[in-house]
Design a protein around this ligand. Structure first.
Ligand code: NDP
Ligand SMILES: CC(C)CCC[C@@H](C)[C@H]1CC[C@H]2C3=C(CC[C@]12C)[C@@]1(C)CCC(=O)C[C@@H]1CC3
Length: 345
């Protein structure tokens, strides 16, 4: 019989490691001396020292080999939030996460760090300095949020100090940085189509945007603090830049950094939200005949027109969290990383 290697506490697997956050996490883990495996539905890069396993996390048989002799698993895979595919979100975020938990327990993994989202408490209305004890959204704004709530509940409930299976959930908000496939590309695409002229609402709403390296830092701190006696077991933690900024100032800085004009004209929030809702319903009704994806979805309009920023006090207290890159520097690094998205490029 083959002898099973004793899992070293520096052997880990990143589920979703080919994605935006996952790849940044993998790079930092390598830098910190971890040996890393990636499990993802696609392989988007190669790195010395990283073993790739390709497969769907809903399939336990393909997932299990990636978890052998590993003590720590990061789960940061999810379908893209912009999708409207309820069945996909439920399958991957709920059933798939159940499978991830079962596979971890079966493989003898001791720690599971989930990438959740601060949006699990967001219902489309203002949140100012929200703490982790806010209730989950009763009316989640979309299927993404709805299934992220269920996912977080599953992972936190699975924490069992007696069985030495410890879990924690990191709730980032508005992640941005080099290679982000969403925020900057969508923003630039909207600007190139001449649709970034308007500010939704009065433009004073404060929001958290979190540079990707801070999110990575929060994940690694959580993993390294996850011990049976630790207060972080089975709890969620907000991880942000801890520098709330006006949503429209942030957008304007990124746009101007890339050579585009900042939005200037104001539109009333309720009008734009109502129109976005109408368009969303129309897209739903017409789906069997024509397929179109509105840029201004109700979710995006709500995010663009309300306050939503969160307190990181719990992460500071329980795991000594402090952002490693400030917002201004994060924006500069991000803008520099997208030469191909500059105006005229
Ligand atoms: N970006 C943000 O602003 C925020 C993100 N989050 C969370 O952070 C995590 C990472 O997000 P981000 O890096 O932006 O997303 P990405 O889409 O860049 O990365 C997710 C990765 O998971 C993969 N994946 C999707 N479905 C499966 C599956 N069934 N089996 C295996 N792999 C799968 C994706 O592949 P493919 O691309 O082919 O689908 C992708 O490689 C997610 O859990 C997200 O909910 C939380 C708060 C804010
Ligand atoms: C068209 C414009 C009004 C907005 C363009 C920028 C948006 C694409 C982004 C602004 C805030 C972002 C955000 C997310 C995705 C991209 C934005 C909507 C998330 C929904 C990603 C997943 C999460 O868990 C929460 C994020 C909140 C902020």
């Amino acid at each position: 019989m083959a002898t099973r290697l004793r899992p070293s506490n520096k052997r880990c697997t990143v589920i979703g490691g080919s994605g935006f956050l996952g790849r940044h996490l993998v790079e930092k883990l390598l830098e910190r001396g971890y040996s890393v495996s990636v499990f993802d539905i696609r392989q988007s890069y190669e790195l010395p020292g990283v073993t790739f396993y390709q497969g769907d996390l809903c399939d336990k048989r393909t997932l299990l080999p990636a978890l052998q002799d590993v003590s720590l698993v990061f789960h940061c895979a999810s379908p893209a939030p912009g999708s409207d595919n309820r069945e996909l979100f439920e399958r991957v975020n709920i059933l798939g996460t159940r499978t991830v938990i079962e596979a971890c327990v079966e493989a003898g993994v001791q720690k599971l760090v989930l990438t959740s989202s601060a949006s699990v408490v967001f219902e489309g209305t203002d949140i100012k300095n929200g703490r982790e004890d806010l209730p989950y959204a009763k009316k989640p704004i979309d299927y993404y949020t709805q299934t992220k709530i269920e996912q977080e509940k599953l992972v936190l409930a699975a924490c069992d100090t007696e069985k030495n299976f410890l879990t924690v959930a990191i709730r980032p908000h508005g992640i941005f940085g080099p290679r982000d496939p969403q925020l900057v590309p969508i923003l630039v695409d909207t600007a190139r189509r001449g649709k970034m002229k308007f500010i939704i609402g009065d433009g004073t709403n404060l929001v958290d945007f979190t540079f990707v390296e801070n999110v990575v830092h929060g994940h690694i701190l959580a993993a390294e603090h996850l011990r049976p006696s630790s207060p972080i077991c089975g709890k969620p933690y907000h991880i942000t830049n801890d520098e709330p900024v006006r949503f429209w100032d942030f957008m304007s800085e990124v746009l101007m950094g890339l050579g585009y004009a900042a939005p200037r004209y104001h539109l009333p929030y309720t009008l734009v939200y109502g129109l976005a809702l109408l368009l969303w319903l129309l897209a739903l009704v017409l789906r069997p005949l024509v397929s179109f994806k509105p840029t201004f979805t109700p979710m995006r309009v709500a995010l663009a027109g309300t306050h939503h920023y969160y307190s990181c006090e719990r992460a500071k207290q329980d795991m000594g969290y402090k952002p490693v890159i400030g917002l201004k520097e994060g924006i500069t690094l991000t803008v520099q990383s997208y030469p191909h998205l500059r105006r005229g490029a």
